[in-house]
Ligand binder design. Structure first.
Ligand code: GLN
Length: 512
């Protein structure tokens, strides 16, 4: 067994799980170490919207007692986790990054959360995100952005920037995410962490605040490929509460991560995802990773997916259309915020609704509701939504053709490294372009993963490589991801995240 570092927050989830299983450490110790770390650094990073100190320690005590009593426990029992605030947590605030849900305490757990609880993972708290998962930077969070631990003036990605920054600042060994167009993978890429968007339907959507139901997929976030696989195995599987959930066992992701073997695999480099518009340092790290995969025994070919160029346009019609419908439920009547219009004596329900939605939704959410409502309106439906659905079918066909030739596809995850907070806030198109490489997978429902590929020469910031596999073949992501991760650890003389600057713990404590 690997020796644990003295600072438990630096350990991998896999090593913590081993030490917990052998009773070398307790879950209360591990959980407390993370709560201390949160108290010391989250003032600077702002990864959490809510820290559940008492709840986490109570769950840790409970799992320690079960272990002492000799119960057989799951692989990650006792390892604490951070949960993206898009997932409902019974008795624990869930805002989805929005004012409209401020103060709402869900009466039930999302299925993913139920699975985490049953598997004995203490929930440290809820992580920050762009409002209703719309964004690539967390700057659309109604509660202020999270910061990238590599450079606090930069974005940690989005919408799941709370979860990525939690991992990169060692405030939790594991986190959950959701990925509608890249919100697990892009945050992973810009923080040198790992994230997987499973096959659509591979993880239950029950209890996730819906953004675009045909694209949304929950998935695991970690610092290593194996940790991410262990969490994937806990989160995944059939759920009768979600009619789109796949009725089949979770693919053998942990076995694949442990085997870390690409020998004989055919890997396709997507011609359309790279080149112009991609930062030179991101491209250089990508090319180097592809060369490493070849050295490891994979066969690499170039593959063309001609319709990927239309993915972004199709996505920004389909997503707003579905979002405008999903967000109609925030009507000031059922739950959440209720604002009465000023100067109206006996306001109608419609006036209360309008005042509430005006006050409760941020600009990006309003922009997308307007866009979606327009695209779905009669007379425009066929021209916009209908055309976008046709493009979606063509993108799925591109994937089918590609996977007829290769086992997995690879590309850079995001076109650039982390940009400065504020840089793209006034320019929605520039913000949307972050997801140019991640969106095709959501449109087709195929699984994707991002792992760190190294640091870009021009700015010293992390870049990511994306791996894509055919639907239900999620284990291939882990075979390739784990093999490449090993080679890259050799190449960089250790995990890339080890090169991140230390956060000023003392300064934070003083400022707090
Ligand atoms: N950044 C993309 C968007 O703004 C993706 C969001 C997501 O995956 N939730 O829609």
């Amino acid at each position: 067994m690997t020796d644990l570092p003295t600072d438990l927050t630096r350990a991998t989830a896999a090593d913590l799980a081993d030490a917990l299983a052998s009773k070398t450490i307790s879950s209360v110790e591990v959980t407390q170490a993370h709560l201390d770390r949160i108290a010391a650094v989250d003032g600077q990073v702002h990864s959490y919207l809510h820290v559940d100190t008492d709840g986490a320690l109570a769950q840790a005590r409970a799992v320690d007692e079960r272990r002492q009593a000799g119960e057989s426990l799951g692989a990650l029992a006792g390892v604490p986790i951070a949960v993206k605030d898009v997932m409902t947590t019974k008795g624990v605030p869930t805002t989805c990054g929005s004012r409209i849900l401020e103060g709402w305490i869900p009466p039930y757990d999302a299925t993913v959360v139920t699975k985490l609880r049953e598997a004995g993972l203490p929930i440290l708290g809820k992580t920050n995100m762009d409002e209703f998962a719309m964004g690539s930077s967390t700057e659309h969070s109604a509660y202020g952005p999270s910061h990238n631990p590599w450079d606090l003036d930069r974005i940690p990605g989005g919408s799941g920037g709370g979860s990525s920054s939690v991992l990169a600042s060692f405030q939790a060994p594991l986190a959950t995410g959701t990925d509608t167009g890249g919100s697990i993978r892009q945050p992973a890429a810009v923080t040198a962490t790992v994230g997987t968007k499973p096959t659509y339907g591979g993880v239950s959507r029950y209890g996730l605040v819906a953004l675009a139901s045909s694209l949304d997929q929950a998935g695991p976030c970690g610092r290593t490929v194996l940790d991410t696989a262990l969490l994937h195995a806990v989160m995944g599987g059939h759920d009768p509460m979600d009619s789109t959930s796949i009725d089949a066992p979770v693919p053998p992701v942990v076995e694949a991560a442990r085997a870390a073997d690409v020998r004989g695999m055919r890997i396709g480099v997507v011609k359309e995802l790279g080149g112009e518009g991609y930062q030179p340092g991101v491209r250089a790290r990508f090319d180097e990773s592809v060369a490493l995969l070849e050295e490891l025994g994979a066969e690499v070919v170039e593959v063309s997916c001609p319709n990927f160029g239309y993915a972004l346009a199709a996505y920004y019609l389909i997503l707003p259309s579905e979002a405008s419908s999903n967000l109609a439920k925030f009507d000031a009547m059922r739950y959440g915020l209720r604002v009465l219009p000023e100067g109206v004596d006996a306001p109608s329900a419609e006036q209360v609704m309008a005042a509430t939605r005006d006050a409760g939704f941020g600009d990006e959410v309003k922009r997308r509701i307007i866009l979606g409502t327009y695209a779905l309106s009669s007379g425009y439906y066929d021209a916009y939504y209908g055309s976008a659905q046709k493009v979606r079918a063509l993108i799925a066909q591109d994937f089918d053709a590609a996977f007829g030739r290769v086992d997995v596809l690879v590309s850079p995850t995001a076109p650039t490294t982390a940009f400065k907070l504020g840089d793209k806030l006034e320019d929605p198109m520039a913000m949307y372009l972050n997801d140019i490489a991640t969106i095709p997978a959501n449109l087709a429902g195929v699984p994707g993963m991002s792992i760190p590929s190294g640091l870009a020469d021009e700015d010293g910031l992390p870049a990511g490589i994306q791996i894509l596999a055919p639907a239900t073949k999620d284990e291939r992501l882990y075979s390739v991801g784990a093999a490449l991760e090993k080679a890259l650890v050799d190449r960089w003389g250790g995990p890339i995240l080890d090169r991140a600057p230390e956060l000023g713990v003392a300064a934070a404590a003083k400022g707090a």
